[in-house]
Design a binder for this molecule. Structure first.
Ligand code: ADP
Ligand code: MG
Length: 612
């Protein structure tokens, strides 16, 4: 049926050359979707013109008026009549140019499409000219140019967007929503151009005045600028990333692992200064955090990728919001590596700064402060044999930090964070499963005892510390295995020795003789079953040992740890907390489940709608 109609319509088929105006309106449907797209194109032009100050003014969510004023190089008066023509650009003239492009605009279609959907005028003073000129666009055959006063740069005024296309105007949202979308477009520019002075005027009010950050450069991020825009605490704790290799350079800031969040907000990606979005890159960032944040959680990040322009295609999206990489996986690997390096860097200071104390089995732990009502935070943060104040122990760790020169500076900020939880006032267990910790500074932690213990054991195994506290089994534990499994266990002998295990391989199985103390009471049969289950074929474990290493350790950590359902004495709880905080990553178990739920008194109060 449908086809019939089509064919009969085709009988009246007639070729029309579309008037330029209509062509541009159709193109505008892709380039100019809403006020925010106009803002984006105008900002791109100002940046391409090397502006250092850009003022944005919007009225009624940009629907009535958008005005972008810059102090860039300007446009020579004789060129003004042409800038509204389609495919007129001063930026590229050949296909080769397109491949090496570093300017924001290049298609020469922004202004020509904007004039087809709004009333546009432009005043500009070219840098080499004494006077400015104004052009008012009326139609493609008619626009008037006259002299106009302007000190420097260009101002473009766009009025009454889509007034001539009611069908499109209808699709615009409320002024407030359109304004919000304009900010969404602007934020990335604010972030990556800390050297540019931006102001935003909404209706008649200046709502943002972002002064240039002293000594800053374009294509870089500055915490000062980020804080001004995002106004959130996590910014302080963000950590630097860096990568350079194979034609790819990565820099920027990523969230501290403790600042994981449910939603993927405050995530920004730039490729060669251009704000874009790419799911693969976002995923690679998360992979870099593997085991450091709970599964399914996100992190804030501002990632600057600089790549040889010949290795990307930016001409794949009408609004240039996506790009295509020649070799995406090279980029993803670089991103993951950069993130991983920074995350492990920032979380490993604990190990450097303390915990030389011999680790004992929880039950034999004796805390000299045990009788005191209030436990100082050194009990959980720092050396237990320090009798001085919390302040001292913090100083101690600061010193320890500055001693090791390779530890990044921002770790001091992280210390501040730990300092902020304060002294322990109360600690108790609930449901034989969770440890509740009340701190003096109105902080409350609920710790999953098994997740916490797993994390501790995992890191001990990983750092081969468990090798130091082994126990000989009086009666060796004998386990039966298949021929194939025995071969694997033979091959894994060195691997297990490094972890603190010793076993003798026999014809039909193994005899376990030495184990790390945490494992004395483990069910080894189950443990090895689970290890073999990590790969499809047991012998793959040997082949893929490097890749499986962390998974094996996580599986083992699960067996060598305090279980849920186990009653803990007060000292055992304190010991667990102390060791947890000393971990590289105290916030999740090695499988990525959260280990700590942090609450503030204010959150509890607000749950009860209490305001005092
Ligand atoms: P494109 O940016 O792709 O070149 P546009 O339609 O956005 O195309 O702009 C057309 C031309 O107008 C630009 O190539 C540039 O020469 C000039 N132009 C536009 N805006 C500005 C500005 N703010 N400052 C200087 N020149 C500008
Ligand atoms: Mg442009």
């Amino acid at each position: 049926m449908y086809f019939c109609v089509k064919i009969s319509q085709m009988n009246t088929f007639k070729l029309n050359t579309l008037p330029q105006e209509l062509v541009n309106q159709i193109a505008a449907g892709e380039v100019i979707e809403r006020p925010s797209s106009v803002v984006k194109e105008l900002i791109d032009n100002s940046i391409d013109a090397k502006a250092t100050k850009i003022q944005i003014r919007v009225v009624n969510g940009g629907i009535d008026l958008i005005e972008v004023s810059d102090n860039g190089v300007g446009i020579p008066q004789e060129n003004l009549p042409e800038i509204f023509n389609a495919h007129t650009t001063s930026k590229i003239s050949s296909l080769e140019d397109l491949n090496t492009l570093l300017t924001m605009g290049f298609r020469g279609e922004a202004l020509s499409t904007i004039v087809s959907v709004a009333e546009v005028s432009l005043v500009s003073k070219y840098i080499d000219s004494d006077t400015g000129a104004e052009i008012e666009f009326k139609s493609f055959n008619e626009s008037s140019v006259r002299k106009a006063a302007r000190e420097s740069g260009t101002v473009v005024t766009v009025k009454n967007l889509f007034e001539n296309i009611p069908a499109r105007r209808k699709f615009l949202k409320t002024a407030q929503t359109e304004y919000k979308k304009i900010l969404d477009v602007l934020y990335p520019y604010f972030l990556i151009y800390p050297n540019i002075h931006f102001t935003v005027q909404k209706d008649s009010k200046i709502v943002l005045d972002l002064k240039p950050v002293p000594n800053s450069k374009e294509n870089s991020v500055e915490k000062e600028r980020i804080e001004e825009i995002l106004k959130q605490d996590f910014v302080k704790r963000m950590i630097k990333v860096f990568f350079d290799g194979g034609g790819i350079k990565i820099s920027g800031l990523i969230g501290h692992p403790s600042d994981h969040q449910k939603r993927g907000i405050n995530q920004y990606i730039f490729v060669n200064r251009r704000p874009i979005w790419d799911n693969g890159i976002a995923r690679a960032v998360l992979q870099g955090y593997e085991r450091y944040i709970p599964f399914g959680e996100r992190v804030p990040f501002i990632l600057l990728i600089n790549i040889n322009p010949e290795l990307i295609d930016i001409n794949v999206h009408p609004r240039k919001e996506e790009i295509r990489f020649l070799n995406p996986f090279r980029v993803y690997t670089a991103v993951e590596e950069a993130v991983k390096k920074s995350v492990t860097g920032v979380t490993s200071y604990h190990r450097e700064s303390d915990f030389n104390t011999t680790v004992q089995k929880p039950t034999s732990f004796v805390n000299r402060d045990m009788d005191k009502k209030i436990y100082s935070s050194k009990d959980i943060n720092f050396k237990s044999n320090q009798s001085s104040s919390v302040q001292d122990s913090l100083l101690f760790s600061k010193e320890a930090l500055s001693e090791s020169s390779y530890i990044p500076k921002q770790k001091e900020k992280y210390i501040e964070e730990i300092k902020s939880v304060g002294n322990i006032k109360n600690v108790f267990q609930i449901f034989n499963k969770y440890i509740v910790v009340e701190f003096e500074n109105e902080n409350l932690w609920i710790v999953d005892q098994h997740a916490a213990a797993e994390r501790i054991t995992f890191e001990k195994l990983k750092n081969q510390e468990s090798k130091n506290e082994r126990q000989n089994l009086l009666v060796p534990t004998s386990l039966k295995f298949s021929k194939k499994e025995i071969e694997v266990l033979e091959g894994l002998k060195d691997f297990f020795t490094d972890l603190g295990f010793k076993y003798a391989v026999k014809n039909d199985g193994i005899d376990i003789t030495v184990v790390p103390v945490e494992f004395v009471e483990s069910n080894f049969e189950k443990l090895f079953d689970e290890i073999f289950a990590l790969s499809e074929d047991a012998s793959d474990i040997l082949k893929e040992l490097n890749r499986l290493r962390e998974n094996i350790l996580a599986t083992m950590a699960c067996h060598g740890s305090v279980r849920s359902g186990q009653y803990l004495h007060r000292e055992e709880m304190l010991d667990l907390l102390k060791k947890l905080i000393a971990c590289e990553n105290p916030y999740s178990c090695p499988h990525g489940r959260p280990a700590v739920w942090k609450l503030k008194l204010s959150e509890i109060d607000s749950n009860f709608e209490r305001t005092y």
